[in-house]
Design a protein around this ligand. Structure first.
Ligand code: C2O
Ligand code: CU
Length: 486
């Protein structure tokens, strides 16, 4: 062991911020989402069922972008920087545009984003636009959609998003190191028509494995990370700050967009003090508001909340607690200003999206199964596998453009795997064979140990799309494959 370097300490945050935190791995149990117990009719043939499911899907989201001809230009680099995660300590990070998180890019639906990006890091990188249905060449997957951007080089990303919502961007090259060092940012695609929230806030959640000198523990993809649920840090942050206080006014109605940018940690933030409702998940609006209690945010996931700050409360400091692990901890504190309440805006929740119920989706056969497991071997001693093989040894899974498919993730391991598919949205239709009806689409779903999850999908974007576990260390150790939509 290298004795010149301090090891990460568990109670560092406790010492600094006075808030107990955890490094322990604890597996939570699956939230049971609202179930729709609709009996299926056995008599239909699967083709008839497929046609029916497809017609239910029609109009869910557009096949093509509708560019208005307005280009919104951004320009920044990824480079080394020092930031203050805590008061009085500087941490060396890798940052987009000198900040952690990187800049929040906001555009409106129909506008075209153009980013001139420069790599000032000591190693190659790319940017992936998580959840955005981009043209294949803009997806940021090295060796699949583009060559890695070498140090000193630039690359122009340009695309017109097809769907409004909460997205984010991060590297797709050595993600276990590059995300952990601080490379991530939010991309907000606002609806063509805006809703009068008093504020639209983005909270990017992360955790860091820091040493006593507040520097990032720089051994990445360790045996421990690989054989467990990836790299869990000892210091959770919201927008790059440890336990921040957010000041709000009584009566305010806020759209709060949560993004989990951690390498591996699952968050389960408890907003029950505000009776918040969920209005979007993984970007796109839900078909109806839903109770976000118990919703897990796995790496990659987003959750948009509609939060009204009460105007009469005994407490003016309310804590948002994370409850995923056995030992809960404070993510942030909401401080309600002592001012006259502003009267909450009354309006309907924006544009409820079309989300098919797909009550009969389990009646069609599984098109593609992805069995998740591990074996000894590879660069890290353990390889994470999809269908018995690690990354680069697979044949692509094939899906037909514009047709209804049922995919199945079978987790044979005792570890967590938040499975993400690029270039498409899917809907969870069953967990362990029991029908589930979530009122929203997803691009990432957390598959618990030994769990089987079925999802329904109608791919509208052709190309070779990466699918992988979003625990960066698992992906690095092989848990990636391609889905080819043709
Ligand atoms: Cu955010 Cu390939 O992932
Ligand atoms: Cu995994």
């Amino acid at each position: 062991m290298n004795t010149t370097k301090p090891e990460p300490t568990k109670n560092y945050l406790y010492l600094l911020a006075g808030a107990a935190t955890i490094m322990a791995l604890a597996l939570g149990c699956s939230a049971n989402l609202d179930e729709d117990a609709q009996a299926s009719e056995e008599s239909d043939t699967s083709d008839t069922v497929k046609r029916h499911l497809l017609s239910e899907f029609e109009g869910s989201f557009p096949e093509n972008a509708s560019p208005k001809g307005e280009v919104v230009d951004f320009e920044f680099a990824a480079a080394l920087e020092e930031v203050k995660l805590f008061p009085n300590f500087k941490t060396e990070v890798w940052a987009y545009d000198g900040q952690v998180p990187g800049p929040t890019l906001r555009i409106r639906l129909g506008q075209t984003l153009r980013l001139k990006f420069t790599n000032a890091l000591p190693q190659p990188t790319t940017i992936h636009w998580h959840g955005v249905r981009v043209p294949h060449a803009m997806d940021g997957v090295p060796g699949v959609t583009q060559a890695p951007i070498e140090p000193g080089e630039s690359f122009v990303y340009k695309f017109t998003p097809k769907d409004p919502g909460t997205y984010w961007f991060h590297p797709h090259f050595r993600g276990a190191e590059q995300l952990e060092r601080g490379l991530y940012g939010a991309l907000i695609v606002e609806d063509a028509k805006s809703t009068p929230y008093s504020r639209d806030l983005v909270w990017i959640l992360d955790d860091w494995r820091l040493m006593e000198d507040a520097q990032i523990y720089d051994k990445f993809v360790t045996g421990g990370d690989i054989s467990h649920d990836g790299r869990w840090g000892n210091v959770p942050t919201v927008n790059g700050r440890v336990h921040p206080t957010i000041v709000v006014k009584p009566g305010e109605r806020i759209r709060l967009r949560l993004i989990n940018a951690a390498n591996a940690r699952i968050f389960r933030p408890d907003f029950s003090v505000f009776k918040a409702s969920g209005i979007a998940y993984d970007g796109m609006s839900a078909s109806r508001p839903f109770d976000p209690t118990g919703y897990d945010l796995a790496p990659g996931n987003r959750l948009d909340l509609d939060v009204t700050i009460p105007d009469a409360l005994e407490e003016d400091m309310l804590q948002i607690i994370d409850r995923f692990t056995r030992q809960s901890f404070i993510l942030a504190t909401i401080k309600i200003e002592d001012t006259d309440p502003i009267s909450p805006e009354r309006f309907e929740i924006p544009a409820a999206a079309r989300v098919p119920v797909w009550a009969k989706a389990m009646d069609i056969p599984v098109d593609s199964k992805m069995v998740l497991n591990a074996r000894r071997g590879g660069n890290y001693g353990i390889e994470w596998l999809i269908n018995g093989l690690p990354w680069t040894e697979h044949e692509s899974l094939r899906l037909k453009h514009r047709s209804m498919h049922r995919l199945q993730f079978v987790n044979q391991s005792y570890r967590l795997h938040p499975m993400h598919i690029h270039g498409l949205f899917f809907k969870v239709i069953a967990r362990n064979g029991t029908r589930v009806s979530e009122p929203h689409w997803r691009d990432t779903v957390l598959v618990y140990p030994q769990e089987t999850i079925d999802v329904g999908v109608v791919p509208l974007d052709k190309g070779k799309w990466l699918t992988h576990c979003h625990i960066q260390e698992h992906a690095e150790a092989g848990m990636k494959t391609l889905i080819e939509v043709e």
